[in-house]
Ligand binder design. Structure first.
Ligand code: FAD
Ligand code: FES
Ligand code: FES
Length: 462
């Protein structure tokens, strides 16, 4: 039985766990304020708030998510808020700002924008105009134009800074951003019995951002093993000489984790991956298991020289280099029933950079992506891990190029030789994301940027 709160109502349902949350909201509960647009995570019309209770602090933290892709089974124990759940106070300050600025025409996208901005208001990130604009990076409007929406972002930031004495739930209720029933939610969520994630048999289902796009009907008929976990259980932590990244960690968890503070512009690099409401649910294990040749997290972790832990019952039944995991197009070194538990990443004084080129900067998949990590000693390259996507049937670890660079002193000549080896290692094909020649050119340019950035202190110009 799936139990959760939908606005101020307790829900208990036996609906199929892989039912898209959107369908449950609209069809089972007749709450049609949440709109169905693309059903592929691209438009944001279906955005709702998902609130997780921290059992220790009794604080509920809210995020925006795309309900068209999020499996109903994952909302057990949470608070789901739709646009109707804000209506006790009419209109909400976000809605007021949208009306004032003329930021809505047909209105189809509007509930999605409202919910994304509510996540901004309820979150604990910086209250800046830039952050308010980033909060709607997963929302598309086809008729109004973005100038008025940008003005709303500025208005909301000013209003939040002005009206909130304290940025907590009481402050938000007092300033009429959320209805008073929000105050009761922590206690109500605490009374819902926990269920253990990962039990049962069938296909693993995490955030659903791949599976509910690929087989939305079929998956609802199947038995599934839900492996999405609540934030407190998705650890990213230091563990001796390494970092542990749980397979159920989301892209947002990675983006916010202090464990990656050693990488300059880490958040900017991760913002190139999907959009806020997708990043809030898309998991590391899902990205690896989907095995897309351009999977951003696959490339990123290959270049971190990660090891992957897989097993049926335990994390460390088998642990091996992630570079060995991708065998051929969508073929993995993963036995039936084995789950991806997480990744172990070596720590150590090193430099890292992830690059991605796509037709659109944001909310697009890569034509070519790449990442490089280097360890230097006495001005020589001690160790290298280089990976590239979109240039082979698998996310590719460039073994030969990495091996060639080890022990070398970085300079323009070494770069040219490395480039020649990399070009022999890759085998791009022409497709909708570009011709094979174009992809070779993209990788060449990206390798130049990696070299110039990572060896900036050594002043290597290539
Ligand atoms: C709008 C949109 C934008 C996107 N943008 C990007 C992007 O910019 N970059 C990018 O790389 N990807 C992108 N994606 C793809 C997707 O978000 C990622 O691949 C995501 O990480 C998948 O994780 P998930 O938890 O949603 O996986 P799910 O859909 O739940 O599962 C995907 C696969 O992983 C398997 N699986 C899940 N968990 C486990 C586990 N623990 N062990 C074994 N198998 C498991 C499932 O059985 C399934 O085969 C985008 C998707 C959408 C819809
Ligand atoms: S309906 Fe378009 S993102 Fe969900
Ligand atoms: S107002 Fe029509 S899509 Fe945004």
């Amino acid at each position: 039985m799936i139990q959760f709160y939908l606005n101020d109502q307790r829900v208990e349902t036996d609906a199929a766990p892989a039912t898209p949350l959107l369908d449950f909201i609209r069809t089972h509960r007749d709450l049609v304020g949440t709109k169905a647009g693309c059903r592929e995570g691209d438009c944001g019309a279906c955005c709702v708030l998902l609130g997780y209770l921290d059992p220790q602090s009794k604080h509920v933290s809210y995020q925006s998510i795309t309900s068209c892709l999020f499996p109903l089974g994952n909302v057990h124990g949470t608070h789901v808020v739709t646009v109707e759940g804000l209506q006790e106070i009419a209109p909400n300050p976000v809605q007021t700002a949208m009306v004032t600025r003329g930021a809505t025409q047909c209105g189809f996208c509007t509930p999605g924008f409202v919910m994304s901005w509510m996540a901004f208001a309820l979150g604990d990130g910086a209250l800046t105009g830039q952050a308010a604009e980033q909060a709607i990076d997963g929302n598309i409007c086809r008729c109004t134009g973005y100038q008025s929406l940008k003005q709303v972002a500025q208005d909301l930031t000013a209003e939040l800074n002005r009206s909130l004495g304290q940025r907590d739930l009481s402050g938000l209720v007092s300033a009429c951003w959320v209805p008073a029933y929000f105050r009761d939610i922590p206690g109500q969520l605490a009374a819902i019995p926990a269920v253990s994630a990962g039990s049962g048999s069938g296909r693993f289902l995490a955030g659903g951002t791949d599976l509910l796009v690929q087989i939305p009907e079929q998956i609802q008929e199947e038995s599934v093993v839900l492996v999405h976990r609540q934030p407190g259980k998705r650890s990213i932590r230091e563990q001796g000489d390494s970092l542990w990244v749980d397979g159920s960690a989301t892209v947002t968890d990675l983006l916010n984790s202090p464990c990656f503070d050693w990488i300059p512009n880490w958040t900017d690099q991760l913002r190139l991956i999907s959009s806020t409401p997708i990043r809030n649910i898309a998991t590391v294990a899902g990205n690896l298991a989907n095995a897309s040749p351009i999977g951003d997290l696959s490339i990123l972790f290959l270049a971190m020289d990660a090891e992957i832990s897989v097993g049926i019952h335990e994390p460390d039944e088998r642990r091996f280099p992630l570079a060995d995991f991708f065998l051929d197009y969508k073929k993995l070194l993963l036995n039936p029933g084995e789950r991806i538990w997480g990744l172990t990443i070596p720590k150590g004084d090193s430099r890292f950079q992830f690059l991605k080129v796509s037709k659109r900067t944001y909310l697009d998949i890569a034509s070519v992506n790449s990442a490089m990590r280097i360890w230097l000693k006495d001005n020589h390259i001690q160790r290298v891990a280089l990976a590239a996507g979109g240039v082979a049937p698998v996310p590719l670890y460039l073994r030969e190029t990495s091996r060639f660079l080890e022990g070398k002193k970085p300079d323009a000549q070494i770069f040219e030789q490395a480039l020649a080896i990399a070009n022999r290692e890759i085998a791009p094909i022409s497709d909708v994301r570009g011709s094979a020649e174009y992809k070779r050119l993209l990788l060449t340019q990206q390798l130049k940027v990696h070299f110039e950035t990572l060896f900036r202190d050594e002043e290597v110009a290539v």
